[in-house]
Design a protein around this ligand. Structure first.
Ligand SMILES: Cc1cc2nc3c(=O)[nH]c(=O)nc-3n(C[C@H](O)[C@H](O)[C@H](O)COP(=O)(O)OP(=O)(O)OC[C@H]3O[C@@H](n4cnc5c(N)ncnc54)[C@H](O)[C@@H]3O)c2cc1C
Length: 329
């Protein structure tokens, strides 16, 4: 039996927002943080920067007792230095002992800085709740998802960045108390002068459904097989590095070890071999469907559903079937 006792004060969850709306990954982080708080016998509280249009009190349904808001000039756009400074003050003021981020762009920008500032141990890419039977041990992905590591955090303050799709969103009932934290956020050193958004496309990093094409599609002229299905399903489009290198698709669509790592609910891969470097970016997808004419293609080993067949025959049939299902001509 251990001869020391750790007192956990609260679990603080960073809630990511975009254009006034809380992002999907934050609901996962909130549900996860609420479970961590339950394990610790303490309460879970959220913290959000800038103006939010969503009803913050309703986030109580995800297990958050309180939501702290931070306003000010530096709170409107993500500036990792400004946000880190403000969060460090919040952690001290609120006596938080565990801080949870989603391991997305914002989480990756802030969590390591906060870890350095507070001299707090950080596990990024966490995939499970901490094991608190003997210390505080968090399981994470290593080697591009090929293995797991159990990492013990021994510092008083602990930081966890949760991989997307690693924890179920748990929504029940409840209302959170919302109040403004009196923390200054001066304008940062970096000034955003313009934001150019691609209109009409679903952002790949946050897409629930992704239709992706590989070299098996033979050329950019055949990409309608990917984009037509994506449009019908409201999905984002992606591709292999080989495809982006060939100039068939833009590089921001390339997923994998050297591209974007994604974790959609559906990853639909057409004419892709499933190289290890590609799988590194997509193996956290909930459901993987593969269309490939080679039954020995490695991608089938990672797939939940597989269609062995020629993409040029299979895809038009799938597109027709979805059209019929949706009543689209
Ligand atoms: C350091 C390093 C980093 C890398 N990083 C990445 C990365 O981040 N992302 C990435 O994707 N790759 C990456 N690669 C490249 C990777 O190794 C593969 O070369 C690449 O993923 C292959 O792309 P592909 O599956 O589109 O093409 P291919 O490997 O050529 O596969 C094409 C597939 O299409 C199938 N096919 C052919 N015709 C048809 C048809 N008519 N119908 C159905 N199926 C058909 C074939 O059977 C084959 O399986 C990296 C490589 C290195 C060395």
């Amino acid at each position: 039996m251990s001869n020391y006792q750790i007192v956990y004060m609260s679990v603080l969850i960073f809630l990511d927002q975009s254009e006034g709306h809380i992002k999907k990954n934050s609901f996962e982080a909130a549900s996860y943080g609420a479970k961590v708080a339950e394990l610790m016998g303490t309460s879970a509280e959220g913290i959000v920067f800038g103006k939010v249009n969503d009803d913050l009190a309703s986030l109580g349904a995800y297990g958050l007792k309180k939501i702290h808001t931070i306003s000010g000039e530096g709170a409107t756009e993500l500036d990792s230095q400004v946000f880190t400074n403000a969060l460090a003050q919040a952690v001290t003021t609120l006596e938080a002992k565990v801080v949870v981020f989603a391991n997305n762009l914002d989480g990756k920008a802030i969590a390591p800085r906060l870890s350095a500032k507070l001299k707090a141990g950080l596990v990024s890419g966490a995939v499970a709740l901490p094991d608190t039977t003997n210390g505080f041990v968090v399981k994470k992905n290593v080697f591009s998802g090929k293995a797991f590591a159990n990492v013990a955090i021994n510092t008083e303050i602990k930081i966890i960045a949760l991989n997307p799709n690693s924890h179920k969103v748990i929504k029940t009932e409840g209302t959170a108390e919302v109040s403004e934290l009196n923390i200054q956020t001066p304008a940062g050193k970096v000034k955003v002068t313009a934001v150019n958004k691609v209109v009409g496309e679903i952002p790949l990093a946050e897409a629930e459904l992704v239709i992706s094409g590989g070299r098996g599609l033979k050329g950019s002229e055949n990409w309608h097989l990917i984009t037509d299905l994506a449009k019908l399903l409201g999905a984002a489009t992606a591709c292999s590095r080989a495809v982006a290198d060939a100039g068939w698709r833009p590089h921001h669509e390339h997923v994998g070890q050297t591209g974007l790592a994604i974790a959609p609910n559906l990853y639909f891969a057409v004419g892709m071999s499933g190289a290890i470097q590609h799988l590194a970016g997509v193996n956290r997808s909930k459901v993987i469907v593969v269309v490939n004419k080679d039954p020995e293609a490695p991608f089938f080993k990672a797939a939940d559903y597989g269609i062995v067949g020629d993409a040029f025959e299979v895809m038009p049939k799938i597109i027709e079937a979805v059209k019929k299902l949706k009543g689209v001509s």
